[in-house]
Design a protein around this ligand. Sequence first.
Ligand code: NAP
Ligand code: MG
Length: 405
Amino acid sequence: MSRIQMKTPLVEMDGDEMTRVLWPVVKEKLIEPFVDLKTEYYDLGLQHRDDTDDQVTFDSAEATKRLGVAVKCATITPNEERVEEYKLKKQWVSPNGTIRAILGGTVFRQPILVNNIQPAVRTWKRPIILGRHAYGDIYNNREIRVPGPGRAELVFTGADGKVIRETIHEMTGPGILQGVHNTDDSIRGFAKACFEYALDQKVDCWFATKDTISKTYDQTFKLIFEDIFNNAGYAQRFADAGITYFYTLIDDVVARVMKTEGGFLWACKNYDGDVMSDMVASAFGSLAMMSSVLVSPDGHFEYEAAHGTVQRHYYKHLKGEKTSTNSVALIFAWSGALRKRGELDGTEALVRFADALESVVIETIEGGVMTGDLALMANPKATEVLDSFAFLTRLGENLAKKWQG
Ligand code: NAP
Ligand code: MG
């Protein structure tokens, strides 16, 4: 059997712990037998980030700008304990944060549905894709603990020296203050990324804020989305694709989401996206069945699993015990990246291969064969529960049969 040739390499970002253990197995069992895999490899494992003073993370993001498509393994964001554990030079920042800062863009998370795991919300039949604006708001805030009485003010000093001043509150006793910001540029990029992704996936786009209460801050989000939709060619492209853009209030959208069939993109402000993506993930079943892609306004794509490095399983694995780590989201990171590479390069066989790989994963689970995390939820019950490695081996066998046929 001749393997599929790739025109352009993928940027490959390796990672940590259990996901790092499974990473080469996914390649060996599910990709390399079928594809003459070309990648530019960057080791984002914590040890190598420390050795390179985190330069490798910057290099991998720059490579993504150059090549266009990356696939990333989960990585440790070090805290105090990790600094001890790995004897780090310092507490390096989140690689995902660094990559996002360099590429810009929006993170889209999408559940992977199988018919033997029923969503907690009965009406949900199709995936709800969540697009989170990963910039500003409370994530870059400044806060003050007010010690006692005084005037709280919002002050902006322009580059020309002009001052805009607004009283927030005459404080009569101790309390709290918070300052948040966003930029028109970032919101525009967010709007474009969401509209492009909705077109790419051929689904409606929903967006919501609380503009009735926040008449300048949230209102700006609403107006910029409206402006980009109407004046940047999206109204026509949406009409041609048979999809719609729908704006409403955040509380209205939350109520509606509970009664829809799914099958749309839900664009969320930063905090709404943080909270709602966890709710959507858990209601659809499992973090291990959630794929994630960063789409930059310049059309660069970085695919990954939504979950972390699954540390607890890694320590079991190191002790020689069997693990129940589910590799589905990792596999979909690879298939997503390969499909996008195929689309960009016009390599039709690569697109077909990515589709086949994803169908084999879904058919295998729907056939009753799965890892322990899914077996806990499956209905009808699993017929075979496999450990992390046996599951990958089985997928490889099923894929070989399907691809030859
Ligand atoms: P996690 O790795 O997502 O794991 C949390 C728990 O969720 C696991 O202990 C496991 O539950 C379950 N789980 C997650 N993925 C699974 C899978 N594929 N198969 C089966 N079960 C799965 O989150 P964490 O333990 O909070 O974080 C560990 C490390 O990951 C941290 O150092 C963090 O910095 C990093 N992290 C990285 C990313 C990223 O790179 N994008 C994202 C999040 C976290 P049970 O133990 O009950 O089986
Ligand atoms: Mg969250």
